[in-house]
Ligand binder design. Structure first.
Ligand SMILES: Nc1ncnc2c1ncn2[C@@H]1O[C@H](COP(=O)(O)OP(=O)(O)OP(=O)(O)O)[C@@H](O)[C@H]1O
Ligand SMILES: [Mg+2]
Length: 260
């Protein structure tokens, strides 16, 4: 694995890591999708996860948000192992991680406000969460989040009546309301046209300011434009990890080459 110019000093030395992956292997059945992954992300870093299809990008993001548990190794969030046996502490940690998906992961037949407020559910007691389905709660917070993503009038629209670009912005508004320390995105722009893709990337990087942002991207030019660090994954291993400015076109070509 090539390690090129570690993260900028201001990030690496001034703070504790937000995310730390140590010796992680993940197997689906008997097949390893990721092998011996080591990765440290510092507060405020913007990292693009790139690599060919099947390299393990989505699997890694699912390990980072606790959807999957490593077969071996540990993932730590804000210095605490994500696999904390105490369910309350685990939930509190997961509340610090927000994820945006390619397919938006919204409840399509609910109104926008309910989807945006889903970002609060981890903080609300169960009765408030339940009541919010009948009588929306946190209206002002949701309204402000929707205004920030350019959808001030869509509070009560049905989610499935919005375009793909608008739905992705609702997903980002949900993250704004959740206000996590770490923001993950799995191919957030793969269903969007170029103009909408730039809008969503601008929003993600603006909303992600001060947060740690890691996203998988197939569109290399977006990765290079919006992120400062590239992590290349190939066949379940880290192929390179370094600043955008330090990675050469040859390394990119090698990352995506077809032959073994
Ligand atoms: N649920 C699953 N069951 C079995 N194998 C899986 C499962 N999900 C992924 N895999 C396998 O794990 C490997 C990594 O898959 P993953 O989806 O993480 O790749 P990816 O880099 O996100 O690919 P893409 O760019 O196509 O989204 C692949 O070989 C894939 O076939
Ligand atoms: Mg994927």
């Amino acid at each position: 694995m090539l390690r090129l110019n570690r993260s900028p000093d201001r990030l690496a030395k001034s703070s504790e890591p937000h995310l730390q992956v140590q010796g992680v292997t993940y197997c689906y059945g008997n097949t390893a999708a990721l092998t011996d992954i080591n990765l440290t992300l510092y507060p405020g870093e913007r990292v693009a996860l790139i690599g060919p299809s099947g390299a393990g990008k989505s699997t890694l993001l699912k390990l980072l948000n606790g959807t999957l548990t490593p077969t071996t190794g540990t993932v730590s969030v804000l210095g605490v192992p994500l696999a904390d046996p105490n369910p309350r502490r685990r939930r509190a940690l997961q509340q610090q991680i927000g994820t945006v998906y390619q397919q938006f992961h919204l409840v399509e037949n609910l109104r926008v406000i309910h989807n945006v407020n889903a970002g609060q559910l981890g903080r609300w007691p169960w009765y408030q969460a339940l009541w919010s389905l009948v009588w929306p709660q946190g209206i002002e917070t949701a309204r402000q989040a929707l205004a920030r993503v350019g959808l001030p009038d869509k509070l009560y629209s049905r989610t499935d009546r919005l375009s793909g670009g608008e739905q992705q912005r609702v997903a980002i508004a949900r993250i704004l309301v959740q206000d996590p320390a770490i923001l993950l995105a799995d191919e957030p722009i793969s269903n969007l046209d170029p103009a909408r893709s730039h809008e969503v990337m601008t929003l993600l990087t603006h909303c992600g300011q001060g947060k740690t942002l890691i996203m998988s991207l197939h569109a290399l030019e977006f990765a290079q434009t919006y992120c400062e660090r590239l992590v290349g994954l190939r066949e379940g291993k880290i192929f390179f990890d370094g600043l955008v400015t330090a990675i050469t076109p040859q390394q990119i070509t090698q990352l995506y080459r077809l032959e073994p």
